[in-house]
Design a protein. Structure first.
Length: 231
């Protein structure tokens, strides 16, 4: 009872607001309000075999399946969720959206057969500056729903590259070529790895991750991102 009272008092002096519309959040709402949740531009790609995300990654890795939770556009209202997660210090947004995404995808069997979740790594210098890895936050949220372990030690980022924003597809690919390395060679032998990132644009980053895992015997890869860029 005391905990509930203290939480209510905290909400009184530090009210929570929807990341999309700015309205106050109810007690059982996280990140976005019910109205904005209903309007969330979901892709529903997890329901579609050979969906556009999978087609974008065909031939680039031993792909089992791939999906993105929602569409992202630079002028869209929902961009605020991703912007605050990545640049606004709201790591809690990543975990909450990861839980929401996993809860909706799980009944479709999307996570069936997956052995381990691997968030796309940040370079240590960038992660220290930001204070967290937004992809790891999303992965932790997914793990909370699925019970799958998260591995943040085996795959590392060895180069601190420029941001991918405003780069062409070819420049993105060149920018991330060879920037990841597998630190524990036996970690993924015979395993089904789920790579998780915040936004999929050209697929260059997750492909570079998969390239670092190339040669691992019996490796299978699935990909899940919080958003896929459109427009």
């Amino acid at each position: 009872m005391c905990k509930i009272w203290l939480l209510s008092l905290l909400r009184l002096f530090m009210p929570r607001h929807c990341a999309v519309c700015g309205d106050g959040l109810c007690e059982d709402e996280e990140v976005i309000c019910l109205k904005c949740n209903m309007g969330l531009p979901r892709t529903d790609y997890h329901r579609l075999a050979d969906n556009p995300v999978e087609r974008a990654l065909w031939g680039r890795m031993p792909l089992v399946r791939a999906s993105a939770y929602m569409f992202y556009s630079k002028g869209g209202d929902y961009r605020h969720v991703l912007h605050l997660l990545k640049y606004g210090g709201r790591k809690d947004y990543g975990e909450a959206m990861g839980r929401m995404m996993a809860a909706e995808l799980a009944p479709s069997g999307f996570f069936d057969g997956v052995d381990v979740i691997v968030p796309v790594p940040l370079h240590p210098r960038k992660e220290q500056h930001r204070g967290y890895n937004q992809s790891e936050c999303i992965a932790r949220g997914v793990s909370a729903i699925t019970g799958l372990p998260v591995d943040v030690a085996s795959l590392v980022r060895t180069k601190d590259t420029e941001t991918q924003t405003h780069k062409s597809a070819m420049d993105r690919q060149e920018n991330v070529a060879g920037i990841f390395a597998l630190r524990q060679s036996g970690a993924f032998v015979g395993r089904h790895v789920l790579l998780i990132d915040d936004v999929l644009t050209t697929g260059a980053t997750v492909t570079a991750c998969a390239d670092a895992l190339a040669g691992v015997e019996g490796l299978r890869v699935s990909v899940l991102t919080l958003a896929v860029a459109v427009g």
